[in-house]
Design a protein around this ligand. Sequence first.
Ligand code: ME8
Length: 504
Amino acid sequence: MSFYITTPIYYTNDIPHIGHAYTTIACDIRARYNNIDNGEVLFLSGTDEHGQKVEKAAKDANIDPKLFVDKLSINFEKLIPSLGCEINDFIRTTETRHIKAAQALWSKLVENNQIYLSNYEGWYSVRDEAFYQESELQKVDGKFVTKDGSPVEWIKEESYFFKLSEWQEKLLEYYESYNRPISPESRRNEVISFVKSGLKDLSISRTTFKWGIPVPNNKDHVMYVWIDALCNYLSAIGYPDTNSNKFKKYWPAFHVVGKDILRFHAVYWPAFLMAADLEPPLKIFAHGWWTNEGQKISKSLGNVIDPYEIINEYGLDQIRYFLFREVPFGKDGNFSRNSISTRVNADLSNTYGNLIQRIATFVVKNCDSKITPSNNLTDKDRELQEIIQNTVVNYHREMGEMLFDLSLKNIMSLLNEANAYVDSQAPWKLKTTDPERMKVVLYIVLNIIIKSSIMLYPFIPQSAEKALSFFNISKDQISFKDLELLILSDITINNPKPLFPRID
Ligand code: ME8
C-alpha cells in the first residue's frame, strides 16, 4: 500500500540541531519499515523559508533574504544523508512549484467563501511565528512573554482571516474518525480540549513586511507563514492537480511533528484542507522534546547539540539507536553522554554484536561456514520459536503505532533469550558429544540473529545491512516474509567483522 510520510519543514534562520535530526530520523525509521516489501513510499522533507523570523535573520546577517535562505537550506538538505536517512523529495517554500500550490490553495479557499478581509489587533511572537491570546501569556520583568518564554509584540494591521470558527464540529468529528488521527493520546486530548474551548477566526496574511508569498489579487499582503508552510505537503505531490496519479496515490499524508507545532498541524491544517474540499491528514504524530544533560536546549545557554558532532563521536547507528530506544517516541527525553555509552554498550555491543560475532565465527570455524535446516526440535527449541513469533507479531503492531522504544526493547529481549540459550546449550561442548544437536542449536540462533537484524534494519540500517551481509542477505533481499517461522534454507556465512566496538 502506498504511504506518504513528512517531516516538518525546517526554518532557514539557523543551522540544524538535534531536534531536526530527531524528527527526520523518526520519519526515516517509519519510511524504511513501510518500504520493506513495498516500494510505494514517499518520504518528504524540506525547508520553511518565508516569514518575519527568517527575514529578520537575513537582515541581522546583512544578506538578501533569498541568498540567505539558499545558503541555509543546503545545510538541512546535506544533513539528511548524514543521518542515514533516505528521502524521496526535498521541498523549499521559495520554489515555484510551492508558490503556485500555495496560491492555488488560497484561491480555492476564497472560492469556497472561507476567507474575508478585516483588521487584526493582538499579540504576535516572531520566534514562534504565532498569534497569542493574552490569556496564553505571562508577565516577566513587566513584559508579556509566552509560556516558553518567547517575546511577543502587539501588532495592528489589515489582515485576511480564515473562518476557522466554522470548523469546530467538523474538526471534532475528524478527531473521532476511524483511525483516530492524532497521537499520542495525551496530545490528542489537549487538541480536543483546545478545539472544544471555542475557535476564533485565524489571521492568515501580513502587511508589515514583504518576505512571503504574495496573496493572489492583493499585492499589499503576503501569506501568513504557517498557511504557506503547511501547504508544502500538497505542493510536493503536485497540488492543485488533484487528479494526478501521484496525488491520488499519496494523499492523505502521515505527518510527524514536534509537540510545539501540533496545534498548527492538528487544528489549522485539517481545517484548511477540509475548507478546500481535500481530505484531512491520515495521521499527525507529535513527538516530545530533548533536554541536554537535564537542561532546556537553547542558543542562549550555549548547549545546542550539533548532530554531526555526536555522530562523529559515537557513530551514526549508535545515535539512531539511542534516540529511539532511550525515550518513548512522544515523550520528552534527556540527552546524556553517560546514557549513550551505557545503552550502546549493553544493547548493541554486548547483546547484539557479540552474539553475531561469536556464533558466526563458530559456524565458519566448525561447520564449514554452512548450516542446514533441521526439524528435529526439542521442547526448549519450540519454546524459543514461540518467543520469536510473538516478538514478530508485536513488532508489526509497535511499528504501526510508532512505539519505537518498545519494539527495540522486545528485539533486545529476544536477543537476550538467544544469548541465554547459547550459554545453556553450549554448542562448543556439543561439537564433540552431539554434532547433530549442535547444528540444530546454531540453526535456531542464526534464525534469531537474522530475524532481529531484519527488524532492526529500519533503526540501524547500515549496521543491520552489514550484519545481514555476513549471512549473504543483501539490502534488496530484506523481506518481512523471512520473519515468518523458521528460515527453511541453508544458511551460508561469511567471516563476520565487529559491528559495535565498545564505547569507553
Ligand atoms: O517549527 N527536541 O521549524 P523548526 C526535539 N518551520 N525536537 C525539537 C527540539 C528539541 N529540543 N527543538 C526543536 C518549524 N525541535 C516550522 C515547521 S511545518 C509545516 C513548519 C523540533 O525548524 C520541533 O518540535 O523551528 C519541530 O518539530 C522541528 O524541530 C522543526 O522546528
